[in-house]
Ligand binder design. Sequence first.
Ligand code: PMP
Ligand code: GLN
Length: 393
Amino acid sequence: MTATGRPLLNRRLAEFGTTVFAEMSALAVATGSINLGQGFPDTDGPESVREAAVRALRDGRGNQYPPGPGIRELRAAVAGHQRRFHGLEYDPETEVLVTAGATEAIAAALLALVEPGDEVIALEPYYDSYAACVALAGGVRVPVTLRPTTDPAPAYRLDPDELRAAVTPRTRLLLLNTPHNPTGTVLGREELTAIAELAVERDLLVVTDEVYEHLVFDGEHVPIASLPGMRERTVTISSAGKTFSFTGWKVGWVTGTPELVAAVRSAKQYLTYVSAGPFQYAVAEALALPDDYYTTLREDLRAKRDLLVDGLRAVGLTVYRPAGTYFVTTDIRPLGEKDGVAFCRALPERCGVVAVPNAVFYDRAEEGAHFVRFAFCKREEVLREAVERLRRL
Ligand code: PMP
Ligand code: GLN
């Protein structure tokens, strides 16, 4: 409170507090625990890409403000990537925008496209910045819950009827995320087709967060922009953090029609104007890496997924085997636990491991109360040690 009795933080942000990632990473450092909470790899991406950043810095490329939409080389590389992996054509001049990570792209897209009072449908549980950015834009978030089932095997499902029922005359856009954090669900072509048909029928915009597009172990990643009627209404977001294991570089991008990209750019230019120039040159080189880079990344993470999934099962948790991302969601009830938040707060003291409670990714926290997420983007020996420690439970 200030002297005038008014809270300092404005009411749009008041409910959000500190992000769970900051809280849990601080707890990991304070207790010396293995951090399977915040999702970041414990080994850096390719040496050649790191060297490309150093070269750009030394050569004086990007040390002064890069152009607002991003350097031409990176916009061309993003367009090339969309063509090469997804068969999508984007004009690097007008249909690609470089952002400060996917996080800024999400914020800019929502600030650009949402009027106060507009409803934004998002798949719950959701990445925590979605709720905060919808609130900053003055929008109303409308969660559609991915529901866990254990029949025939543990998995999360989207109910297309529930999604359809959530659309009202005030719905402005659908905020999607596939592959999905924190559940590891990869929306299939059938589910995405149903979403696309709904978007066309109700004339909705779609903002789709596809940062885990290359981390798919089962099934395939289908960009919703590739489905009929979707290119003209979809803002696609991705970033270099996950694909190249440089989460600290914060280079992301948006692709869409010139009108959509111009709208997002209008917001983006007043958020950061631009982000770190030399990294943009390095990411442009990274995007051109040969296919075997992408395959190796995926296969390496698949082995880690299997290691952690098996380990967590052996500990006694119910494990929702992820089809994509580098997260695995577990149900803690078989251990006699009910409250994921309390469980995660106590876990470092109990056995020296940090995880994240899924409850924080829900509007109705009770929906996610007994689910906990572990990240497997860590060295194998670290994952093995984490499982060893968790056995103490
Ligand atoms: N979207 C999702 C679903 C994420 O998990 C993350 C975080 N890692 C981001 C966006 C943010 O990406 P970036 O680090 O590029 O801002
Ligand atoms: N996306 C990462 C996660 O889900 C963390 C990003 C962040 O720290 N904001 O763990």
